[in-house]
Design a binder for this molecule. Structure first.
Ligand SMILES: NC(=O)c1ccc[n+]([C@@H]2O[C@H](COP(=O)([O-])OP(=O)(O)OC[C@H]3O[C@@H](n4cnc5c(N)ncnc54)[C@H](O)[C@@H]3O)[C@@H](O)[C@H]2O)c1
Length: 171
């Protein structure tokens, strides 16, 4: 097991990992709640300031997540939402849950993933885990995400400096 995987596992086992979820929609918000209820401090990022304000008041707009479930996580400071991507610098792991609507040709529009990745690249640090959860086509991690995360770093080896995975939801 590599050193950064061992260190990250240790942070998860001790609930010290600072978790980030990028995109607080139908996928991202339930993920936030599951992490926070499991005892992890979670920062949620979204570009929609109104949504961020609403969530920071403990008010959910997603049917599956009643406000009565979200509000205690806000008041206990297990969850907070922000539009300030600089906070990513303090996060150990970030799950990308931005939209990928189908375009005219039926292919996913990955512009939201590109924008999210560019923000992460600014604040990437050693040991960080990046998880792509958005629905997309095979190759997005290697062809779209990794080149951006590695830009300007001639010695960039995923798995040694940082970790990047694709998480596929089925069913
Ligand atoms: N909804 C589902 O049941 C479901 C199931 C499986 C997979 N997916 C996939 O998960 C992904 C997210 O879907 P969703 O339904 O949660 O979308 P959504 O539209 O409900 O939520 C996406 C959120 O991301 C935010 N966002 C957009 N660009 C951003 C950026 N650059 N940085 C931060 N936040 C940003 C939006 O403001 C929005 O709040 C999509 O790829 C979708 O195909 C969705």
């Amino acid at each position: 097991m590599s050193k950064i995987v061992a260190e990250l596992l240790q942070k998860f086992e001790t609930r010290q990992a600072q978790v980030a979820v990028l995109g607080l929609g139908y996928v991202g918000l339930p993920l936030v709640v599951v992490f926070a209820e499991a005892g992890y401090r979670v920062v949620g990022f979204d570009v929609d300031a109104n949504k961020v304000d609403l969530l920071n008041r403990g008010e959910s707009y997603i049917e599956d997540i009643p406000s009565s479930r979200l509000a205690p996580l806000v008041s206990s400071e297990m969850f907070r939402a922000t539009t300030d991507f600089r906070v990513l610098a303090a996060c150990d792991t970030v799950s990308i849950c931005v939209p990928t609507p189908l375009n005219k040709t039926g292919d996913p529009d990955i512009s939201y993933i590109v924008h999210a990745t560019n923000e992460i690249a600014h604040h990437l640090h050693a040991g960080m885990l990046i998880v792509l959860e958005s629905t997309t086509y095979p190759g997005t991690t290697t062809e779209v995400i990794l080149p951006r995360l590695c830009e300007g770093d001639t010695d960039c080896t995923v798995g040694e400096r940082f970790l990047c995975v694709f998480f596929s939801r089925t069913g």
